[in-house]
Write a protein that binds this ligand. Sequence first.
Ligand SMILES: Cc1ncc(COP(=O)(O)O)c(C=O)c1O
Length: 421
Amino acid sequence: MDRSVAVKLDEMDPLKKYKKLFYIDDESVCYLDGNSLGRLPNKTVLDLNNLLINEWGKHIVGGWADWIDEAERVGDLIGRSALGAAPGQTLAIDTNTINLYQLAWAAIKSNPNRKKILTDRANFPSDRYAMEGIAKELGMELVYIENEDTSLSEGEIITPDLLSKYLDSDVAIVTLQIIQYRSGGLNNYAEIESMVIKNGALMLWDCSHALGSVNLQFDQNQIGLAVGCTYKYGNSGPGAPGWLYVSSELQSKLDVPIRGWFGVKNQFEMGPVFEKSESIRGFQISTPSILGLRSVKSGFEMIEEATMDLIQEKCLKGTDFMISLFDEWLIPLGFSLTTPRERNKRCGHIIITHPDGAQIAVALRKMKKVFPDYREPNGIRFSFSALPTSFTEIYDGFYRLKELVESGDYKKISLTSSSVT
Ligand SMILES: Cc1ncc(COP(=O)(O)O)c(C=O)c1O
């Protein structure tokens, strides 16, 4: 395939203006790891500087008059721009894992006669560990859907058929990812949510790899509970606050395990007991990081302007293009594709495997300025973040990968250098 194909795709891209709005230190880098950490928007630098000088610096503690509701305001922005959720259902706060724990505990306690937590074997480690801890503490049985074996599941996807083998009348909560973090497989979340609710359980989604790539439409799909992070396709920065979503319908029905002063009805009454707010604020524990929230705000304002319709379509075109290059250049070099090929089963990232995957992934960064990441066993993960990435970046990155493996140069790289993959 000729590079002019990628150039043409970039020319026709309705989102092409956004790449220029990011800080790019080295134009020769092919950054295909935006589902791990997004790039820095130029506006974030200005917004944070403005916050430091004109808000914190100027108003000191007086700033809290405005900052006190910032987790709700930024939550609403995430809801509006990326979740398809009406206001008052999303909070930008804490981290994925803390939010997952908070909501899983709340959901389980609301259904005290049921004793099973259902999740999948290929789920993200934090999610499995958090459920392990809750199961131990609350005397629940943790059941794993077996989706790591390719004879049971294509690309780790939880089909309604597979799920129905595990859903019984003792399941209190099911927790899954919308996009599988490793394979990039997209679960049919609307159908799964409806199956779980019909079974009398609650569904809790981890949207880490879906937020900012999949046009989620939570209200339309009647999603009940979800969490996610903002530092991937949200381009909100390393360790930026995560978010939680509780539908209006569920908010007053759920209690919370960690009771903090931000979650009460009248925070500054400093009352003797915890009286949970009936709004989404009832799920907030603590003082939010205003610095972090400001960078989430500038990331998601860009998503709102660009629209999730166009972003999802560009993500799909990006992974279509990666798969075409994989077919032409990488199959002959011994690579396999783990991500499903169908458009309705993937979105913003793919994973390819090779017996020397770990060494190739490190060599790509060190020798070729191409940034994927590596996931055990043997998987090299490439993502296409719609706003800061171009099609030529994919073309060049895959071309350099082909050269690296054809030449065998990656074998010169040692694997001992970094604990982060
Ligand atoms: C799918 C998924 N879930 C959970 C996490 C954990 O997020 P955190 O470190 O914000 O708790 C990550 C982190 O990358 C993730 O990719």
